[in-house]
Design a protein around this ligand. Structure first.
Ligand code: F6R
Length: 242
């Protein structure tokens, strides 16, 4: 595992964008596993800037997102599909037909999970998976629990996650209570993983994830077992030490 300290959020975003750009240059039809949330916003903005300068070409890239709320339509401003279009897909030359997220409105959740795993498989797997980390150590929507989930599944969101996400909704009641997420097994199958973590409020959980025991109580701790992980964290997020 490579742990790279960034000066601040801007530096973190540039470093992460550099890694994504390098992947796209080295393999123009790479499968990128993408994440939403506040952590990658700066990175997407940086990629858009470099795209506008002509430095990076996304025309052949394929993408699969980590997760999506269950019950939200693509057009809903809080859906992850909407987020991806707003911050990235609509601003670069990516072919929208090559972008994929779980369908929040799928009628049969089990069938949707099977479809998503089969889709990832049919693309040849994920070349580079981007991850953020929740305050409870979740990755995707894999919440702390008693075991590591394997494939894509539908989860009940924990109160702490609903609380953290309510800032995006009118009220806590509007926050969906379930979400689709790639499983830990799906994430661990990615050839490379890039994790970005920012802010002092994530320092304690980041320390546990990087240096604590590997346990489903801290889902991100499983990343210690992956052969090719790069963590980019700012000074504040690394402030709890080892
Ligand atoms: C988003 C995702 C989540 C976030 C995590 C951190 O697609 O999978 O696991 O990465 O909740 O969110 P932020 O970056 O908003 O702190």
């Amino acid at each position: 595992m490579v742990i790279c300290e960034a000066k601040d959020y801007k530096d973190l975003s540039r470093k992460a964008a550099n890694i994504i750009s390098a992947q796209v240059i080295m393999k123009p039809d790479a499968v990128l596993g993408l994440a939403t949330g506040s952590s990658p916003e700066g990175m997407y903005a940086q990629l858009v800037e470099w795209y506008n300068k002509g430095d990076v070409d996304f025309s052949r890239i394929r993408t699969v997102n980590l997760d999506e709320y269950r019950g939200l339509a693509k057009e809903n401003e809080q859906s992850y599909d909407y987020f991806m279009h707003k911050h990235f897909f609509d601003k670069v030359n990516i072919d929208v037909n090559n972008t994929n997220l779980p369908n929040g409105l799928a009628e049969d959740p089990e069938e949707e999970c099977r479809r998503y795993d089969a889709l990832i498989e049919s693309l040849g797997g994920v070349d580079l998976q981007l991850l953020g980390m929740g305050h409870n150590g979740h990755i995707g929507f894999n919440e702390p629990g008693d075991f590591f989930d394997k494939g894509t599944h539908c989860v009940d969101l924990q109160p702490s996650t609903i609380e953290a996400n309510k800032r995006f909704f009118e009220s806590e009641d509007d926050v969906p209570k379930q979400a689709y997420t790639m499983g830990i097994g799906t994430i661990m199958k990615a050839k490379k993983i890039l994790v970005i973590v920012s802010g002092a409020d994530k320092a304690e959980i980041l320390k546990k994830a990087l240096y604590g025991p590997v346990t489903p109580k801290v889902p991100a701790s499983i990343l210690q077992m992956h052969p090719d992980v790069t963590v980019i964290a700012d000074k504040a997020a690394l402030s709890a030490g080892e």
